[in-house]
Design a protein around this ligand. Sequence first.
Ligand code: GLC
Length: 491
Amino acid sequence: MLPQARAHAAAILPYNVGARLPVLSDRMEGSMRHLFAGLLLTLSVVALGAQDRGLSSLPTETAAQKEARLKWWTDARFGMFIHWGLYAMPARHEWVKKYERITDADYQKYFEQFNPDLYDPREWARQAKDAGMKYAVITSKHHEGFCLFDSKFTSYKATNTPVKRDLIKAWVDAFRAEGLKVGFYYSLLDWHHPSYTIDRNHPQSPANDAEFDALNKGRDMAVYRQYMKDQVRELLTNYGTIDIIWLDFSFTGGGRGKNRDDWDSVGLLKMVRELQPNIIVNDRLDLLDVPGGWDFRTPEQFKPREWVTMNGQRVPWETCQTFSGSWGYYRDETSWKSPAQLIELLIETVSKGGNLLMNVGPTARGTFDGRARERLAAFGRWTQLHGPSIYGATQAPDGFKVPANSLLTYNPKSNRLYVHLLAWPMGEVVLEGYADKVKYAQLLHDASEVRMSTRKSTTWISEDTRAGDLVLRLPILKPDVEVPVVELLLK
Ligand code: GLC
């Protein structure tokens, strides 16, 4: 086969197939070989057409391969998001520069004073681990453009502030040491880079087109694209194995937005996959329609009503959520979710086959504030006793009716079903249609037996029970856990 044809064919086919091509072709003889080469050439030409649009050049894989690559992550279910940057100092939203239209000159005071003297990422990692989280994703750079890491390509970085350290290096080491997988968030937006064009989300966005054009004179996205690539290369080269990358975000439609052409999303993602072949990538590069263009969907600050789908197929998903509304530390926010709401959020997410990425916005001194610590501790008290209903668990199989006021999860490996009781019942729970499905039931937190019956009671009170139903007999007193769980060992 012509070397170019082989190279093109390898580029357009899923990489596992491409890798096998030389072996196949070396074994082929005569006309078969020509026929095969011809077919590949045709494929290459077709693909080259698509490649002009840049979309077919990403490595793709089979559904089973993707499932295997994501397995640790779908089993993990629960991770920590960390939004930390200069915006922790104003402490009134990570978008403060945009919301208050702060100029670079006025924002500079934060850079000059950034000195998180209490920063101890080992302490963060311990808190994440104790909360039951299995991975963490930190903002290496947020929209403000400030880099927590030591980049060769900018001076706008932590090493040039009073803290004088690569904050990411210490973070990666600390989280790995606690056995957590690590990920980087990297903002596609950049409100500080001089070549980044002013768009509608930029702090300096003006009122009309003429002003946009005037402001954008001399700004050049090609320069910025190269900067991004250089920085992402640094992040994926200088810090060992990176398990997740979170690139945020595209805003298409509506005028003065930014899409995959602005970021060269395909080129960027290709590089990401080359540098870290097993990395898991979010979905905000504006490549939803491109095979291999994303690994998981990211519903933000809302609960999807069911397992997230694309073209009718269930897909991996992770909802990212905040404790109080903003992502960066916001001193005066009062809308903090209660521990019960948060634990229910985790359960509900897993009950629909998803992951939860729960955000903490550390303070400018480098600590988790008391309200965050309390909530992480509440997560920990619950997950410590209820791990089997979360890790490796997923949506219950069809055919298990969800009882009132509860959420179901299922662990396929152990064949156990988990009934999370959001409102503690008055002595019994009726599981409709479960009569022949369960061999044993217990409370998960203390492994105490839950007696079951399928027989109608002789008292009038249980008249409601129908053939096929299973009744769980529970104590009147709610156990001392936020959300009690009944573990059902299925037949
Ligand atoms: C949005 C916001 C951002 C936050 C992110 C988390 O894209 O712009 O502040 O980092 O959501 O998903």
